[in-house]
Design a binder for this molecule. Sequence first.
Ligand SMILES: [Zn+2]
Length: 329
Amino acid sequence: MSYTGPDFDPPHPRRSPLRRPLTVAVAALVPGALLGWGVYAAVGGPDDGGGDSGRAAGVRTSAAASSDAPGSPGRDARKPAGPSPAPTSEKPSASASKSAPAAGSGTLKGKVVVIDPGHNPANFRHASEINRKVNVGTHWKECDTTGTATDAGWPEAKFTLDVAHRLRTLLEAQGATVKLTQDGNRPYGPCVDERARIGNEAKADAAISIHADGSGAGNRGFHVILPGQVHDGPADTRAIVAPSAELGERVAGGFVRVTGTAPANYLGDGTGLVTRTDLGGLNLSTVPKVFIECGNMRDGKDAALLTSGSWRQKAAQGMSEGIVSFLRG
Ligand SMILES: [Zn+2]
């Protein structure tokens, strides 16, 4: 998850003009997946008067959940009958997906992609360090957070790192230069401002921050978070709002197509796209950047996907295809 902390602002889902491009992109790519996507959009799109407070409450629940001990009680009603499947550990493979585009063609030679695996598996041991506040333009915010976990205790930080490795393999096979903001090789963090700075200093052509959400059971699906316009303090997103939206639409389209997973049914109006101005990792970026919340770790059905190595490979493939599409223009 990406939005813990006392200064959390609920996301601002809106019926954006992005809905049409995503629909078109998805329709062009995969009519089969679109059917499921459309059903979700129709029945799960929270286009109702009470939606905002409901969504905010749901997300606040998720924020609270991140500080729970993994496997904490309280969500048993939606828990699967048995323990969550043990995370599988297949190695990332550039050829695992039948939909891989011309792997190894080198078409991304000269392109730089920064992958930001959200959180850090060791953050929980460094509470004082990660609670230090950093300036994200709109406000001051925790350096980093621990992230969420499945009910069985598998941490988001391990999920994000695994998917990052798979995505790196896929993008490097396309010839891209890939840099990770952390590779499980730091005691904690990095802080969100440094995560942004790493992408900036690498002059990344695209950057993506990988997460999984910690919302209430029953809330399912993925969403891509786009930077809103912020021009305040050290933050100035004006130049990246448009290209980031383009990147995000393509990542969302690729993700739907390859995973067959529907956009979130609890925010984003069923578009799979949410624009936010409270995330330091986006506010402080000067390169096109998006976040992706791949699913909800606190929902049993989503957790079954997130803990599956084969599903994570598809997730990485979907992201890769979106990024490749964006970089090829
Ligand atoms: Zn996260």
